[in-house]
Write a protein that binds this ligand. Structure first.
Ligand code: C5P
Length: 399
């Protein structure tokens, strides 16, 4: 599943500085973003600022021949799932409504059939002017989503409608324009706080070496994404993985099992906990402070110590979530081992999977849901479907 890509056109107004915060939020939601900065916009913020925040080249002029061969204005809009104009000045809105293409920004906007979200910001009188209102009405009837500006004190010292909405509110409009549910607002898990662990843990041997396992974090991240899409307040605690954060959740990155245990403790209370992480059972008893050197003499011996069992600890905790779900990766006698684990760990459900194939790091998973009431086995499914089915089952029992 390719994450959404946003083309952000930054117009020339004092609110341009808020585009910087918006870029941060877009990226935090797991999306990529590329910026076009108008001449007016460049009077307020620099291409360097946008390039650093977006980690992408910034485009400013239509007459850059190198870019017209390698990354032309058509390509800029074609690669985007959504074009966001923020801030959309009175001038940009007028040009968009009239179909004028006299700059890179306006040419991209005329040349595209990608959905456009315009977020106006301007002086109250400019916003209320009949010409601007006419342009906004025209754009809306052309299919452009024009966000209403906020009411309030303005940089020019006046008061009224014309302020750029807060970046968090703009982000919600972006999610909605992409067809994603605004996170935490609705859905069967709205108001539920869900703690999810995912990924492996790394247990250091010395500053450069560590003990790890093959967990990619994909199943845990897919579950977090499904939970957030159903309206839950998701707290995702992740070991070291190479995955973007799905939209609309809080992510805490940890490295070791003990750090994960501390993060879980700090995140409680929660209504539901789903511990998907492949936590290392052992760590080295004493990680060396300096890199262990190859001396040619006796081989180093790794002394191991047991890690805390986060799931079993949570089952005994006074703040135990109402529903506690563990995972079990087994290579043989999957169901028997899962049933034993359910009793040993004191959790409510065990989601058991056979990892004798390439499940760890792969994209599919065949799981068995083991509870006190029995076993439900699902056929082999992509990990995001396993995630959705699991969250639907959880939503059914938690109501
Ligand atoms: O004992 P085992 O590692 O097979 O148990 C797997 C389940 O226990 C998973 O839900 C995993 O997240 C959790 N676990 C844990 N802390 C550990 C080991 C496993 O929370 N130290």
């Amino acid at each position: 599943m390719k994450p959404p890509h946003i083309l952000l056109i930054v117009g020339g107004g004092i609110a341009a500085y808020k585009a910087c915060e918006l870029i941060r939020l877009i990226r935090k939601a797991g999306m990529s973003v590329r910026c076009v900065l108008t001449d007016g916009g460049a009077q307020f913020i620099t291409p360097m600022t946008l390039a650093a925040l977006s980690e992408n080249e910034v485009f400013t002029t239509l007459w850059d021949l190198k870019n017209e061969t390698e990354m032309g204005h058509i390509q800029l809009s074609r690669e985007a799932d959504l074009i966001v104009v923020c801030p959309a000045t009175a001038d940009l809105l007028a040009k968009m409504a009239a179909g004028i293409s006299d700059s890179l920004a306006t040419t991209v906007l005329l040349a595209t059939d990608t959905p456009v979200l315009a977020v106006p910001a301007m002086n109250v009188r400019m916003w209320q002017h009949a010409a601007t209102q006419r342009n906004v009405a025209r754009l809306r009837s052309d299919g452009v989503t024009v966000v209403d500006p906020d009411d309030g004190a303005m940089a020019c010292g006046e008061y009224g409608p014309g302020r750029l909405p807060e970046p968090v509110a703009i982000m919600e409009r972006i999610e909605a324009a992409l067809g994603r549910r605004p996170i935490g607002k609705a859905g069967p898990l709205a108001g539920k706080r869900i703690l999810i662990t995912a990924g492996p843990t790394h247990e250091p041997i010395d500053p450069v070496r560590y003990i790890a396992n093959r967990s990619s974090g994909r199943q845990g991240f897919a579950i977090a994404e499904a939970a957030a899409a159903m309206g839950a307040d998701v707290q995702l605690i992740s070991g070291p993985v190479h995955l973007p954060t799905p939209p609309g959740m809080t992510r805490i990155d940890v490295e070791t099992a003990r750090e994960m245990a501390a993060a879980v403790d700090a995140t409680l209370p929660a209504d539901i906990a789903i511990l998907v992480a492949a936590v290392a059972d052992w760590r080295t008893a004493d990680a060396a402070e300096q890199k262990i050197k190859k001396t040619g003499g006796a081989l180093p011996v790794l002394q191991l110590a047991e890690n805390p069992d986060i799931l079993a600890g949570l089952a005994r905790d006074a703040r135990r979530p109402a529903l506690l779900v563990g995972f079990a990766a087994e290579t043989e006698n999957v169901i028997e081992h899962a049933q034993a684990k359910l009793a040993r760990k004191g959790c409510d459900w065990i989601v058991a999977n056979d990892v004798s194939g390439d499940v760890m790091g792969g994209s599919e998973n065949a799981v068995h849901i083991v509870t006190a009431d029995g076993v439900e086995s699902w056929s082999n499914l992509p990990k995001d479907q396993v995630a959705r089915k699991l969250m639907e089952k959880i939503a059914d029992v938690i109501r």
